[in-house]
Write a protein that binds this ligand. Structure first.
Ligand code: ATP
Length: 455
């Protein structure tokens, strides 16, 4: 494997045939300081976006996808300097926008229009739709009213509304119609690029598809580039040429949408794809379940940030686990490391379940250990006797109030390289780039990989 800049990952030339990206983002970081006290002393940082790279070519639609809280919106607002990025460069049409003065920023913001999830908030309820669309034209100095009305009528038609809608008011429109007006308003600036942050999440599913189809048409007709931010893979799939998958402030996979969907290379992408609901109620998905919330970006996990949730986290040498059991043992270890195991609560649960017990002192160690195992769905015994001996000893330490010994034992015996080594984005044989130690170490896919569906 050769480490490459993801500059070329799954790249395609834009519809204009240009080889140069319209937008080029390098090492973009946005850290929010956490402050305390009257002197606002910095006590920590929320690393919302922690060094991401991607390009958008002319006429191309690129998606940023990931769970809530992974930094998608912060990435979008920092790259257009709605919030100042902490670090990194953003080049637009060859120029570094981080060096723009306010006049240049104004011109840039005409060329790059934002569309938000809730179109409502960007409309003045007292202003007619026609006036709302014409407003940016007026601000630009187009004083010729008949000409303005002509442009408004044309834009309304282009977004699937009619000229007569110009006299209506926002409250008279459905969510889908408002998003159409939002697009017409953005187009009135004749932009080169639209950045759309969850543009259809607030809409009914039936309407979502219509708006995405409209965006696709507009992109072709106006030769636009589109950057679309969404937590919804179905949205990305319908409209994007390429996709960047984000996890906890980082891009973990980047490539052509068809390739990423057909052959996801990062375990996080695989897990996201696995979580797409299917129409068949008997279909239990791909056997991969992504549990737990995205960890806090103020204290991201060491090594690979995904290792605390990764279904494919690498196993320690010298032991043999089935992968799912290994994940569960790691979940227990994680909870122990976070000091989030409550043995007393387990004993209390046992009191309510077993009639003869009245106080937690009566609950036996053996029962507490068994119940702790059950909480994590860890089978007894493990199939590997040596692994079982380690786990049994750790659990004994946990329930006898020797958590530090248990922590040390598990850290020594059940260590994964994923907790210490940070993988870099690498080109994969499948065509896209992804950052995973499995790829770096050329490890064979886990059993779970083979259960991943590509549709
Ligand atoms: N102004 C802020 N100060 C501190 N932390 C912030 C601020 N804005 C965002 N964050 C944090 O940064 C992280 C990334 O947030 P962001 O909204 O970009 O994620 P997202 O992927 O767009 O999620 P969502 O879809 O829920 O908006 C979150 O943990 C969020 O709490």
């Amino acid at each position: 494997m050769i480490t490459v800049s993801n500059r070329s990952a799954g790249r395609r030339r834009g519809n204009t045939g240009s080889d140069e990206p319209l937008l080029s983002v390098r090492n973009l970081k946005k850290h929010y300081p956490i402050t305390e006290g009257i002197l606002s002393k910095e006590v920590g940082r929320v690393r919302a976006v922690d060094g991401i790279d991607f390009d958008v070519y002319p006429g191309e639609t690129v998606g940023i996808v990931g769970e809530s809280g992974c930094g998608k919106s912060t990435a979008a607002s920092s790259l257009i300097r709605l919030e100042e990025p902490t670090e990194g460069t953003v080049r637009f049409d060859g120029e570094d926008i981080t060096e723009y003065d306010s006049g240049e920023m104004k011109a840039f913001r005409r060329r790059v229009q934002m569309i938000f999830q809730d179109p409502e908030s960007s409309f003045d309820p007292r202003m007619s739709i026609g006036d709302a669309i014409a407003e940016p034209l007026t601000v630009q100095g187009l004083t010729d009213k008949p000409r303005r009305n002509e442009i408004v009528a044309d834009l309304l038609e282009r977004v699937g509304l009619s000229e007569s809608d110009a006299d209506r008011y926002p409250h008279e429109l459905s969510g889908g119609q408002k998003q159409r007006v939002g697009l017409a308003r953005a187009l009135s600036m004749n932009p080169d690029m639209i950045i759309a942050d969850e543009p259809v999440s607030a809409l009914d599913v039936s309407i979502q598809s219509e708006i995405l189809a409209l965006m696709n048409d507009l992109q072709k007709n106006f030769g636009l580039s589109i950057l679309i931010i969404s937590h919804n893979l179905a949205v990305i799939r319908q409209i994007c040429d390429r996709v960047a998958v984000m996890y906890l402030g980082e891009v973990v996979e980047l490539g052509r949408t068809d390739e990423v969907f057909a052959n996801p290379q990062h375990p996080y992408t695989r897990a996201l794809l696995a979580s797409i609901p299917t129409a068949d109620p008997t279909d239990r998905g791909m056997g991969v379940e992504l549990t737990g919330d995205v960890p806090s970006p103020s204290n991201p996990p060491s090594g690979c940030r995904f290792h605390t949730r990764c279904p494919e986290v690498i196993q320690p040498e010298g032991y043999e686990f089935d992968q799912q059991t290994w994940r569960r043992v790691m979940d227990l270890r994680q909870k122990l490391d976070d000091s989030a195991l409550n043995v007393e609560a387990i004993r209390e649960m046992l009191i309510t379940e077993v009639d003869e017990y009245e106080t937690t002192e009566e609950v036996t160690t053996a029962e507490t250990k068994a119940r702790l195992r059950d909480e994590f769905d860890i089978p007894k015994p493990l199939s590997d006797p040596q692994a079982e001996a380690v786990l049994e000893s750790a659990i004994e330490n946990i329930v006898t109030d020797n958590e530090d010994d248990a922590r040390d034992l598990l850290a020594t015996e059940f260590a994964t390289p994923c907790e210490t080594q940070s993988p870099a984005l690498e080109e994969t044989d499948a065509g896209q780039t992804a950052s995973c130690l499995r790829i770096e170490n050329e490890l064979p896919p886990t059993e779970l990989d083979q259960t991943v569906r590509s549709d």
